[in-house]
Write a protein that binds this ligand. Structure first.
Ligand SMILES: NC(=O)c1ccc[n+]([C@@H]2O[C@H](COP(=O)([O-])OP(=O)(O)OC[C@H]3O[C@@H](n4cnc5c(N)ncnc54)[C@H](OP(=O)(O)O)[C@@H]3O)[C@@H](O)[C@H]2O)c1
Length: 261
């Protein structure tokens, strides 16, 4: 049986780690990236125990040098068949009612959008030259229902989804597929920071399984949980004043450990 090679960014914890565990098996070459070397090494070791061959590559998406170094290593290993761009950071309104500080807005745009695009650009070109590949972008339901308490995050995820949709038009003619994933709330460090209602919250392994099934079916869009998606579509038909009233119980703030609240 042919070995399948899969690259996952942001694999040190949360959804990325759950995806790595979901794919780890004999006959699979995993390439896992993140900044936290110890946490990443631990996920890599678990995946090796499940029979996968694993390469760990340090990657900081805010650093051009780090992106170039990671891409050079990936070139040596060989471009993956499947690349899941999962790494992302999250922030939003503070407990005092102000939006997050500018540094956090910049960080979200830098990791979720600019760094991710820069990393994906070269991989997409390589796949296009090869004539095969599958890119999966982890966006968010926030790209469909913009979050008034996380405007920078919503913009970063909508930007990533639009980048993917733009690229898909060209890549499809060269044997390269793009899937865009729009998840709702998943149990992780990201949702631990969110103080407020978390409708439809699901464990990361369950989310990873839904994504895996969508990837297997080569879906262009993977959106979940479905009931929340339908509620969003219906709420968007309401007049603005009523939609804001309906959405009021879902407003939140974000309590980050690295910020004085
Ligand atoms: N949790 C949710 O409810 C939810 C909902 C919708 C979409 N998402 C998206 O799903 C993805 C995974 O989120 P999660 O909930 O698993 O969050 P998480 O637990 O905070 O994990 C984020 C991952 O991204 C990596 N990362 C952070 N900054 C990075 C940087 N500068 N360069 C490279 N990697 C970096 C982290 O690793 P290091 O810190 O080790 O670098 C970590 O592995 C994100 O794109 C997120 O926006 C999450």
């Amino acid at each position: 049986m042919r070995t399948r090679s899969i690259l996952i960014t942001g694999a040190s914890r949360g959804l990325g780690a759950a995806l790595a565990h979901a794919y780890a098996a004999a006959g699979v070459d995993l390439i896992l990236t993140a900044r936290s070397e110890e946490a990443l090494a631990s996920v890599c070791s678990d995946c090796r125990s499940s029979g996968a061959k694993v390469s760990c590559i340090p990657l900081d998406l805010t650093s051009e040098a780090s992106i170039d170094e990671a891409l050079a290593e990936i070139k040596l290993i060989g471009l993956p068949d499947l690349l899941i761009a999962n790494a992302g950071v999250y922030s939003g309104r503070q407990a005092n009612g102000m939006l997050e500080p500018r540094a956090e807005q910049n960080q979200q745009l830098s990791v979720n959008l600019l760094g991710t695009i820069q990393f994906l650009d070269q991989c997409a070109q390589g796949m296009k030259d090869r004539g095969s590949g599958h890119l999966v972008l982890i966006s968010s339901l926030a790209a469909i229902q913009p979050q008034p308490d996380s405007p920078a995050y919503s913009a970063s995820k909508a930007g990533l989804a639009f980048w993917g949709r733009s690229m898909a038009e060209d890549l499809a003619d060269h044997g390269v597929q793009i899937s865009i994933v729009y998840p709702g709330h998943i149990e992780s460090q990201q949702t631990e920071m969110q103080v407020g209602a978390l409708p439809g919250l699901m464990p990361a392994p369950r989310a990873a399984e839904i994504i895996r099934q969508g990837i297997d079916k080569k879906r262009a869009r993977i959106i979940f949980p479905r009931h929340l998606y339908w509620l969003i579509l219906v709420s968007n038909l309401l007049p603005g004043w009523l939609r804001r009233r309906v959405n009021r119980p879902f407003r939140y703030h974000v309590a980050r450990d690295d910020r004085p609240e």
